[in-house]
Design a protein around this ligand. Structure first.
Ligand code: SF4
Length: 342
């Protein structure tokens, strides 16, 4: 069995998650194992950005055609595994939803759509012009391929990600078809781990324009938890303009209120939001995010805000300062998210 089955309940209390991750990293720092340079994995735990993995020159991790290694306590599968996975799904998942930290990023990916309807000019992750939903034949082939590829190892998984970056825009029928088929064929109910989770992204515009029936459909899926991450990025109009986001500050505030309501009204839904920080963004941007997250009437019991430093434009010092300002004022859990890929 490729993955550790020892942990019966792997979800830490979310409020302590950053502290646990930090302490865990400090403990594990002396236990880093080494990978060959050519086996450098494409994903791993967020803490890697601050404690880079080191690599060794001789190979020792090849087993039955699959390259495996352990990095700071989490499993990372190597290139041959990813190549097979990408051949099945038609390419990498450019970003993993940040909520997948709840299952230690151990997810089975199923692509139901390509591209994004958002068209934000700052985005480097997807084809922003050619959004299209995949047909049922394609989705079924992926899921059956995953079932055959993972085989007995399926028992270690209880979570599915629907890709790519705007899966919510695929609509109720496409999501319902893929989620129910994945739940059955990937034997999610038989997982060794407790609970079951479905993850996806949705653009702010997608959330605002979605019919109420979409959320009712999601709430009826067999998964116990349905996570949707929505990229709000800022509530400051000039910053949104600079990022090329199609939303105004008013749209972002409306989307924030909507996700609060949906989290309250639909038992299974857990909608989180994402904001950017970066050295070149103006102080008014941080203030807008801080004010928005402080605006909830009561402390929110569901929903999380993730703060993502813009890659290549965020120093550690500034990231810490801006993140702390936002977190201290927020009435919901706030975590740092460094982009993970699969
Ligand atoms: S909504 Fe998100 S994924 Fe889509 S173009 Fe904008 S930033 Fe990129």
């Amino acid at each position: 069995m490729a993955r550790n089955q020892a942990s019966n309940n792997r979800k830490p209390p979310i409020i302590f998650a950053p502290l646990i991750v930090l302490l865990w990293a400090l403990v594990k720092i002396g236990q880093i194992e080494f990978l060959d340079e050519e086996e450098r994995p494409q994903r791993g735990l967020a803490i890697q950005a601050y404690h880079p993995v080191r690599y060794r020159s001789s190979s020792a991790w090849q087993q039955k055609g699959r390259i495996e290694a352990v990095v700071m306590g989490g499993s990372i599968v190597g290139r041959s595994y990813l190549e097979r996975l990408h051949a099945l799904t038609g390419g990498p998942l450019p970003v993993l939803p940040p909520d997948t930290i709840d299952v230690e990023y151990e997810v089975l990916p199923v692509m139901i759509a390509d591209g994004c309807t958002g068209g934000c000019t700052f985005c480097k992750f997807v084809d922003k012009l050619h959004f299209h939903t995949r047909d049922e034949k394609n989705v079924r082939a992926q899921i059956e391929g995953l079932r055959d590829m993972f085989g007995d190892d399926l028992i270690n998984y209880n979570a599915v990600v629907l890709g790519q970056n705007d899966a919510l825009a695929a609509g109720a029928d496409a999501i319902d078809f893929a989620a129910r088929l994945a739940y059955k064929e990937l034997q999610i109910a038989d997982s060794y781990h407790e609970g079951s989770s479905l993850f996806m992204f949705g653009g702010a515009h997608t959330l605002l324009e979605a019919p109420e029936s979409l959320f009712a459909t999601l709430n009826r899926l067999p998964f116990e938890n349905i996570y949707i991450n929505v990229g709000l990025e800022s509530a400051h109009r000039p910053t949104l303009d600079e990022l090329g986001k199609p939303q105004t500050g008013r749209d972002v505030r409306r989307a924030f209120r909507l996700l609060q309501r949906l989290n309250l009204e639909y038992e299974k839904l857990n909608i989180s939001c994402n904001f950017l920080i970066g050295d070149d963004l103006p102080p008014e941007h941080t203030e807008s995010v801080r004010a928005l997250l402080a605006s909830a009437e009561t402390r929110m019991s569901k929903g999380t805000a993730f703060i993502s430093p813009i890659e290549g434009q965020s120093t550690h010092r500034r990231t810490r300062t801006e993140f702390t300002k936002i977190k201290l004022a927020a009435k919901m859990p706030v975590y740092l998210y460094l982009v993970q890929r699969l």
